[in-house]
Design a protein around this ligand. Structure first.
Ligand code: ADP
Ligand code: TYD
Length: 207
């Protein structure tokens, strides 16, 4: 790869993003890259509040939640200690488990997606991913994985909602296809097969 990339991984809950971020980071490190793997919601102050909202211990309107995710993202980009711009400036390849397409899909389910995109324009202007990798999994499969993996579910983890969120992801990718580079990976296959597909696609896109 010619320069240090910013790679965002996207998908509905349980699609296997965290697993693939870990594997991709390992492979890139083995290939000699400096890698910073990160995620949204962050574990900073706003991200922690969001996790309480997702668990259901704090209640908030969907519009407020969308605003908090925006604030969390701006901190993720701009923070002088651990921000994405700083890490990229230091030559790290950055992989983020979720970025602004999560907002378009999850909040676009509850409000006008164009509003969510407009609110996030500052993030897109500050830092557009070199590539967004969408791990596409049927909501039935991701719900099975979520319930097999843990006892409790979070705010957005219902079959109905994840079905809508998947459709909103596809709508957002279509809407922004001229500005964004999106790679879709078949997610209903083994962990190793998905990791192989991601690697092949990245290697052929960024020689
Ligand atoms: P996400 O970060 O998208 O929520 P995770 O990577 O945490 O997804 O995976 C959710 C659950 O599904 C975990 O228990 C993980 O081990 C499992 N899992 C991940 N990828 C696959 C796969 N391709 N096939 C089967 N199970 C998977
Ligand atoms: P995450 O911890 O990635 O959950 P999972 O590993 O189950 O996919 O994300 C937590 C939740 O936050 C997830 O339901 C998606 C939601 N979310 C938004 O609603 N808006 C956003 O902008 C982001 C980044 C996440």
């Amino acid at each position: 790869m010619t320069k240090n990339l910013f790679i965002a991984l996207e998908g509905i809950d349980g699609s296997g993003k965290s697993t693939q971020v870990r594997l991709l980071a390992e492979k890139l490190r083995d290939a000699g890259y400096k890698v910073h793997a990160t995620f949204e919601p962050t574990n900073g102050m706003i991200g922690s509040l969001l996790r309480n909202i997702l668990k259901g211990s704090v209640k908030a309107d969907e519009r407020t939640i969308a605003g908090l995710f925006l604030a969390d993202r701006l901190d993720h980009i701009l923070n002088e200690e651990y921000g994405l711009l700083k890490m990229l400036g230091e030559g790290y390849t950055v992989i983020s488990d979720r970025y602004y397409f999560s907002s378009y899909a999850y909040h676009g389910t509850h409000m006008d997606m164009d509003w969510v995109i407009a609110c996030n324009k500052m993030c897109a202007d500050l830092l557009r991913p070199d590539v967004t990798i969408f791990i596409d999994v049927p909501p039935e499969v991701s719900m099975q994985r979520i319930s097999a993996g843990r006892q409790s579910t979070e705010l957005y983890e219902t079959l109905d909602n994840l079905t809508n969120v998947r459709a909103k992801y596809l709508e957002a990718f279509d809407k922004l296809k001229d500005q964004e580079k999106i790679i879709t990976i078949e997610g209903n296959q083994s962990i190793e097969a998905i990791a192989g597909d991601i690697w092949d696609q990245l290697s052929s896109s960024f020689k």
